[in-house]
Design a protein around this ligand. Structure first.
Ligand code: PLP
Length: 393
């Protein structure tokens, strides 16, 4: 019997992967399953990006790169941040990592320990809480309420700070709600943090380029007051449909970059070289594939919201970012997780129960609209038939 460290008794998982596995098993058994569970764009990586990786391999980029990534890529990241947010980031503070999740892992590992408080959004990406628990720190949920347009309240967040708080995790545009935090709320939060220079901020902006109807994505990078303690999490997975490439980046503040670099050297040495060249082509090449994808997501978003609001007992706000809808299902008489299972097993539609994203997710389910408009329409029809059927008969 092997005894591992205690953290493994507390670590969780993303239930989206379990739902995907179950949906795949059902499909293998011949069932027609429509997957609205998984958070990955249903698009191919644009061709010029794929070609750049192939070329890198042909050109002999087969060895280690610097631990923080190749310089042209870090420069391109800095230029992209400047173009999108107006903020100056030094390529020296940029770190290329194997997926956005890795930045989360590193930041939480850097601060988490017994006796420490870490604030995270609830409902939110499940890995925040899982990693906090792994380290033995106390997870402190920041409520994300539908009544507050699915964003945090700066006032409420500041009230949750204790002398033990070391890290505050923010995520906008948000998974699972699609909420986008307005600039005014962020300004209030930044002002309130002025007297707590001992608190680091991890801003997860992986959906930063995915907003709709002109909603502004307000990057934390734009706030000079936070720059010496802000960790920016971003990457290519969602914007360029590159989830399987495992490519992300962070911008670390001066006081943490060397620690981050040492972690990388200890753990993965560097991100695989061809993927880095692909990332470079993504940032410096044409952006029309991103625009086309967002137009398609926007169309589906309207379809999903309209369809959900026509279901008995369901009401859905219009998400302003990412590619998720988070409808309120409390008037259906169902609890969220049993409803998600029944929809999969009986109606052949994979969605995720809100409680998989935190305790405040009860009463909601998450639908990803990373599936064709045709499949979304079919899924909504199935959900309608299912919810109209008297249950327990
Ligand atoms: N952050 C959020 C909020 C996400 O939803 C995801 C993926 O679903 C990630 C980070 C992880 O991104 P990556 O696939 O680049 O690790």
């Amino acid at each position: 019997m092997l005894t591992t460290i205690e953290g493994f008794d507390r670590i969780g998982e993303e239930n989206a992967f379990a739902v995907l596995a179950r949906a795949t098993r059902l499909a293998d058994e011949g069932r027609d399953i429509i997957n609205l569970g998984i958070g990955q764009p249903d698009f191919r990586t644009p061709e010029h990006i794929v070609e750049a990786a192939i070329k890198a391999l042909r050109d002999g980029h087969h060895g280690y790169t610097p631990a923080t990534g190749i310089l042209p890529l870090r420069e391109a990241v800095a230029a992209d941040i400047a173009r999108r947010t107006g903020a100056e980031a030094s390529p020296e503070n940029v770190m290329i990592v194997p997926g956005g999740k890795v930045t989360m892992f590193m930041a939480i590992l850097m601060f988490g320990a017994p006796g420490v408080d870490i604030l995270y959004p609830d409902p939110g990406f499940p890995i925040y809480r899982s990693m906090i628990e792994f380290t033995g720190a106390r997870p402190v949920p920041v409520p994300i309420r539908e009544s507050n347009d699915f964003t945090f309240s700066a006032e409420e967040t500041l009230e949750l700070l204790t002398p033990q708080t070391r890290l505050l995790i923010l995520n906008s545009p948000a998974n699972p709600t699609g909420g986008v935090t307005p600039r005014a709320e962020i300004e209030k939060l930044v002002a309130g943090l002025a007297d707590r220079p001992d608190i680091a901020i991890l801003s997860d902006e992986i959906y930063g380029q995915m907003t709709y109807d002109g909603a502004e994505h307000c990057s934390l990078m734009g706030f000079e007051a936070l720059r010496d303690r802000l960790i920016l999490l971003d990457g290519w997975s969602k914007t360029y449909a590159m989830t399987g490439w495992r490519l992300g980046y962070a911008v670390w503040p001066e006081q943490l970059i060397d620690k981050a670099r040492k972690l990388a050297v200890n753990a993965w040495s560097c991100v695989n070289a061809p993927a880095q060249f692909a990332g470079l082509a993504a940032l410096t090449g044409p952006q029309d594939a991103v625009r086309d994808m967002m137009r398609e997501f926007d169309m589906r978003r309207k379809l999903v919201v309209e369809g959900l609001n026509a279901l008995p007992g369901v009401s859905a706000r219009t998400p302003m970012g990412a590619f998720y809808a988070f409808p309120n299902i409390s008037a259906t008489g169902w609890q969220a997780k049993p409803l998600a299972s029944a929809l999969l097993e009986e109606a052949g539609v994979a969605v995720i129960g809100g409680p998989d994203f935190g305790t405040l997710g009860e009463g909601y389910i998450r639908l990803s609209y990373a599936n064709s408009a045709e499949n979304i329409a079919r899924a909504l029809t199935r959900m309608k038939l299912f919810l109209e059927e008297p249950q327990g008969t």
